[in-house]
Design a binder for this molecule. Sequence first.
Ligand SMILES: [Zn+2]
Length: 499
Amino acid sequence: MSAPLALAPQRTRPQSGPASSDPWREVRREILGRTPEDRPIEAWLLGDRAAELRILVVGGQHGDEPWGSEAVRRWSGERAARTPTPDVDANVGVAAIPSLNPDGAARGTRRNALGNDLNRDHLHLQNPETQAFHHFLRDYRPHLVVDVHNYPARRRHLLARGWEIDADVQVGTPTHPAVRTSLAVSEVAELHSTLGTSLAEAGYRCGPYTLFRPSGRARPGTQHVVDARNGIALRYGVPTILLEGRDPGRGGTESDRERTIAAQQRALEVVERWARDHRSALLRGPPIPRRDDPVAVDTGWGPGTSVSEFVFRRKSSGDRVSVPWPAHRGEALVRSSVLLPRAYAVRADLAAVHRLLAVHGFERDRAPPDPRALAEVPRTLTSRDPDLPPNESPPEEIDLAGYVVYSVHQRGGRALAVWLEPSSRYGLARFGLLGEAPESGRPPAVVRILGGGYPAPARRSEGTWGEAPSLPIPGRADRAPIAETNLLRFAGPSDAPAP
Ligand SMILES: [Zn+2]
């Protein structure tokens, strides 16, 4: 890693002195939980906590990416220093978590003190940091989540050709085809183009988040549901934006570091303005999952036969060069889908699965007096033959005593299919959590309920985010009340006497 950046906010220094009654000058600080090394995880609340439109910004999941964290701090401070203007709308609230991984930041490591990558833990939630984050997320109920990182511009196989990645900021949005958020595909595309245009006007280069593989493939990231951008979007139906600022690298100068921070800060300003301008789209919430909605469970990327132009920076001269990249295709492929059942039943002894669903706030259905239901057993897939019908067993009456039932008619119900279908490429079967092979003689781990003894539940409201988990959240008992002592104050232009 390059030299550690001084993390103390620079233009955002907290002020002491007489309390201001102006909420726009105050940032309320909430402690979401504590890290394994007992550091507090802070969220800074700007504007009304119950504002009509709420944006959650998280930085520093990776402790060795201090520039993104610093951008979140500066953006928060500058925003707090402004009085309400058309750019800072009173009906827009922000929660900013500058550093979700303060242990890693203190060590300069990507992973937390337990050695875990927090941005691979948004499915399993096995770390205190991600548990506290999801607990806060369900409490704050944002309409948009922005995940701020830094990407390495220098990759060995690119340097071998004399190139570095050029963009000041790369922008990613969810890639798993099962994700359905409040935003239509065209609105996501418009967000990308607004960011590109607005950053260009400010003198920064912006591109789509892209992984250039040594094999020659280029992809807009993985489709894995363990990271924040896919995991949160799938579970909550909330649109997510990945902002990856260019890591200035070992040889980066102070001016390179400042450029990265400033570009990400600018990107956050653009995102907030875009969100305000698309308020009605964000407020409408995700579509409620319905029976027979198709959900992609076996997915991948297209074969990569198209050619795209990417701009690189020449290592030797710093000049920009446009390179035709022969094996790029951004479109996701769906190899197989399932039609959503009415509910999923999970065998009661699969404790790890129930724990996981509980910690994500999924609600259990009440068992009916008659546990028989019209149901089917999903195919456990060893084969990925797209010509096979999606369901292995014909519907039959199954006794669901010994099962726990989760309706898909709740926010994030599509996630149940992605996580629970045994054929899901990125689901729990991959982690060994769905039990043994079907020929074990045990009842199937997962059953799809189509009807019968389990009546169709009343349509649940869009606002059902799920209850807080019953599990203890480390550090929750220490959560400080929102109090005067927890107000940060930021200097701002209005501190100056009027001219
Ligand atoms: Zn990162």
